[in-house]
Design a protein around this ligand. Structure first.
Ligand SMILES: NC(=O)c1ccc[n+]([C@@H]2O[C@H](COP(=O)([O-])OP(=O)(O)OC[C@H]3O[C@@H](n4cnc5c(N)ncnc54)[C@H](O)[C@@H]3O)[C@@H](O)[C@H]2O)c1
Length: 336
């Protein structure tokens, strides 16, 4: 495999995947696919050597096509990924992995059966906050991490009102499955993915009821969850598409360890430890990520290695998302 031939299905977020593959010296954008002819035509102008198709099933027949990024509406992630794996393609799948954990498990099993790489596009792992925090975790700076609080909340940030995003049958849910999924993966990764034990979730749609009344919309607009892990550690996570807050978007991560804690707010990081009389407070500069998600995907294909954001991690995240939705619906704690 000299150059890895890549394809992209879905040219909204998929445009970023095409850019990412194009920037890999040992990969090329070979095929672009979108059912929207205008989007397809616009994007293909940037990659004049790439083939185009409006039906992804044409890609299944392309023997030289090695790997595909799936950036379709959430309800299409599982069926399209399964078809691609069975056709021998490696897959980089957008978040959320699927509509529910049953679909996610089937995708993971198919990747194993077909001996293909299935990587999740948990791209927050490839951003500067993660590049700063993860080495601190690995160096043992925090000691034992016993709690993380993480949030991703927006003010009036409904994605494309009227689109599939707000329709549960196509999206699987609202901000929890759309934004919370990112924070859940990042926090779990910083905690080394401890096995979850139980979940308590609360979802609300008080603001959306009024603002989205003219649209086909049946998702939550705010979600909060408390997760307990088998090793006794815990996580609180909140996500929203709407709420009364100052900034359009707030992203936070507070890590509590028995040696030190870190506080992140919109990319600004502080590390605190109380080992002297006065607490020591260090502002952290942002580290440059070492690779992009697409570079990582291409590298794992070459090495035959398990990708960092693995299918197993995707399944764990989906199980937690299912449990938060169930707990919010039933009003009860869900044991995993
Ligand atoms: N990782 C991130 O930061 C991030 C950011 C945005 C979106 N996403 C994810 O990317 C996915 C797509 O989101 P988006 O914002 O690009 O949505 P979008 O609706 O803007 O784009 C989806 C594209 O898929 C095309 N499409 C739909 N059905 C198709 C089919 N059967 N065959 C071929 N093309 C088809 C549509 O024409 C559209 O161009 C979602 O899963 C979303 O969660 C991830």
């Amino acid at each position: 495999m000299d150059v890895i031939n890549t394809g992209v299905i879905g040219l909204g977020m998929g445009r970023g995947h095409a850019r990412g593959f194009d920037a890999c010296p040992d990969a090329r954008v070979a095929v672009l696919c979108d059912s929207d002819e205008q989007r397809l035509a616009e994007e293909s102008e940037k990659y004049p050597d790439a083939l185009t198709c409006s039906d992804y099933r044409q890609m299944l027949e392309m023997e030289d096509l090695d790997a595909v990024a799936v950036a379709l509406p959430n309800y299409l992630h599982a069926p399209v990924t399964l078809d691609l794996l069975r056709a021998g393609k490696h897959v980089l799948c957008e978040k959320p992995m699927a509509m529910n954990s049953g679909e996610a498990e089937a995708m993971k099993a198919e990747a194993e059966a077909c001996n293909r790489i299935l990587m999740m596009h948990f791209n927050m792992r490839f951003m500067s906050t993660a590049a700063t925090l993860r080495p601190l975790v690995e160096a043992g700076e925090f000691g034992k991490i016993y709690h993380i609080t993480t949030t991703y909340t927006r003010r009036n940030g409904y994605p494309h009102p009227g689109s599939w995003f707000g329709q549960r049958a196509k999206s699987g849910g609202g901000p929890l499955i759309d934004l919370g999924v990112h924070r859940l993966d990042l926090a779990l990764w910083l905690m080394d993915y401890p096995p979850p034990a139980s979940v308590l979730g609360c979802n609300y749609d008080l603001l959306a009821k009024e603002k989205m009344a003219d649209f086909d919309f049946d998702c939550e607009d705010f979600s909060a969850a408390l997760i307990r892990f088998e090793d006794g550690s815990s996580m609180y996570m909140a996500s929203s598409w709407d709420g009364h807050q100052r900034r359009e978007s707030e992203i936070t991560m507070n890590i509590y360890g028995d040696r030190a804690s870190a506080f992140e707010r919109n990319g600004e990081l502080t590390l605190c430890a109380d080992d002297a009389e006065e607490p020591s407070v260090r502002r952290l500069g942002a580290e440059e990520p070492q690779e992009t998600s697409q570079q990582h995907f291409i590298r794992t294909i070459r090495n035959g290695a398990e990708p960092g954001p693995s299918a197993a991690h995707g399944v764990t995240v989906m199980r937690l998302l299912d449990a938060i939705y169930e707990s919010a619906r039933t009003g009860r704690e869900v044991r995993l």
